[in-house]
Design a protein around this ligand. Sequence first.
Ligand code: PMP
Length: 465
Amino acid sequence: MPSSQGEKDLEALRGQIRAVTSDILKKVQERMVLAEQVGEVKSRLGIDVKDEKVEQEIRQMVIKQAGETGMSIEFALRLLNVLLSESEAVQEQKRPQQNNKAPRQTHLGIFQKAKQLEASGRRIIHLEVGEPDYPAPAQAGSALAESFAQKKYHYTDTRGIPQLREAIAKKNRVGEERVMVTPGGRFAVFAAIASLVRPGEEIIAIEPAWPAYRECADFIGARTKVLKTTLESGWTPDLKELESMITSGTKMIALNYPNNPTGKVLDKKTMDRIVALAKGHGLYLLSDEVYSDYSFKPFESVHAYGYDKGVIVSSFSKTYAMTGFRVGYAVASADLIKKMAKVQAVGVTSVAEPVQLAALAALGADPSRNVELMKRRLRFLSGKLKEMSLRFVEPDGAMYVYPELHSGGEDMQLVERLLERGVAIAPGSGFGDSYRRFVRISACRNEKEMEKGLAIMADEVRKAR
Ligand code: PMP
């Protein structure tokens, strides 16, 4: 029993807090029921779940109300983002069964299906995945073997062995304290988002986009706002729109040039303006540059801007065809690297020492033949897609072409028909909800194999007309 007046007051206040919490929960539940109904209507109308404009309107309303009532705007936006993410999840759940549309799949989903088919004895032409067929540098293999002979297979510093960090630092003209070796570029992306963005905060992704930025944000309970780009605009982001999306809840912009899936490289002026926007608003700029060596026009790393909130992600997977080695790295300020290293320490301890030694050896190899080969293959692939009269933007780099199907065509229909005929390609919608009429074809197989796969694709495209 409360005795003093102070204790009685405390108990009374706690009672009120319990009542308010209960009211909030009831209201949240009311909101979820409404969201479910919205989901059903959208599904019936065949409308995308995500609607940036509507989201922006409600965000503005929340900013206004929080400002008027003296509530922290950042906190109000975090709460709103949690609600938005939940209702989006509810709406997505309703979707596939009601719409008669095939559920959204990513290129990895198709890759797994293709692998299963192969395991059951089918032959599959892989045009879905960004995994080059040429070999990793011989030096990398020798280094692996040597590491075993010399018993160099122990835990290392979380950020990587000094020799490799120094070599990467030298390449990027920074100190080694600004480098962390990661298990693939993917983990560098995860470590950046997990350490720099809090649940309920926002990142901006420019779609079509490799799905990992959104997936990482989802995983930690952050919200992804999507800036859509179009084939018509040559996949160039509208910077006014980008600026209008930034609120006090926005913490990061994720960039990926050369781009997966479009092959786009932004011109310098556009990059200058994006960096200026990030600087002006104090946003982290996550620049995924894993395809930077595969750029067929001048490419300038975000690193060159010397922005202290920039995080550059790179990888050995594509340049040196070392996908299965699982080794990449991040370059950022020493302070950000420290934060990211905490995620890596918790999740993986360090990258395997033999793999780091192999990566170090690979840095001594010349990747220019790989780059030339990819360029030739992309030209070949583009030529074949032109013969099919498909519209696309010629890639400036990376390993893919992202054509639009003729009107009426849906990505998953073509993807599934092709898989039945032994050809795997990636559905466009895996790179963003609005791209159901696109597919991604990768140029990671030799021309002979691509030709076979593309002949089957041409046949299916013709039939669908
Ligand atoms: N970024 C992009 C844009 C990618 O396409 C990929 C691989 N598909 C990666 C990062 C990750 O590559 P990895 O983890 O193999 O280094």
